[in-house]
Design a protein around this ligand. Sequence first.
Ligand SMILES: NCc1[nH]cc(CCC(=O)O)c1CC(=O)O
Length: 308
Amino acid sequence: MKIRLATRASRLALWQTEHVAALLQKAGFDTEIVPMQTTGDAVQDRSLAKIGAKGVFTQELEESLLRGDTHLAVHSAKDVQSSIPRELELLAFLEREQVNDVVLSFDEKFSLDKPGIVLGTSSTRRKAQLRRFYPHAETAEARGNLQTRLRKLEEGQFDALVLAFAGVHRMGYEHLVRHTLHTAQFVPATGQGSIAIECAADLDTDLKVRLKAALDHADTHTCLAAERAFLHTMEGGCSIPSFALATLDGGRLRLHAGLISLSGEEYVEEIQTADTAAEAVALGVRVADTVLARGGREILASIREHRG
Ligand SMILES: NCc1[nH]cc(CCC(=O)O)c1CC(=O)O
């Protein structure tokens, strides 16, 4: 059987989809890759927070699933909204890649400690974390796919770029990494480093089971369930500077998550654990409720006010 895979057309998205296709072929499926442009690809001159709409990198792919044009949509898990339409289902999460952010520069002597440096990023989370943990650094908008952002770096629009290591590794840009941002402080976004596989909820049940068996990584799925439950309870779209990282250590699930104000001044973080994977969603909800109660609600209100 030939499985049609919906994907964005960026190089990173195509790499990820080819990886999915290879796993499916190993399991005996034929595959066809169907690239498409999303709103997030088309609109390059505004920050994602300003485009505002949720699902800017996923909507066109989801529409293709709903029309029955494709069987699976391949997303960066980070780009998938915290709640998806009832007619769709997140079937699988691929094994997570190293999850942290990194700083890239063409300057081999680049140092984050140098006063007045300008760091390119288009993420509200990264901007807020940089303001808090690297207050001497300035930030500049860096929209576009990885190749576009690297071109902007090469042109000198900023001194360095802050990116997810996962994408940097997949595209072979590790030689430009000058600094690793450790996850204990610079906690990544929900889903970072994993690839999410979405399908129509009414896809044939047996087919779903076989596709899931070929693609899903159970531990990653558990971690993502906790992170996504956190995000869902925070009511955060991709433009809210929340962070969440779940890890499994000998069956014990640990979730480190929180919220940061745009200025970086207000910061609420929480680390809680659960004894079994079955409690992943409950853990995410519990951590979010705690963060909201400990000042998160006020941070969310001020972010909404700021947006007008
Ligand atoms: N929103 C863009 C996006 N979505 C996923 C990745 C990286 C790959 C990943 O996290 O799996 C990136 C680029 C970045 O944040 O540097």
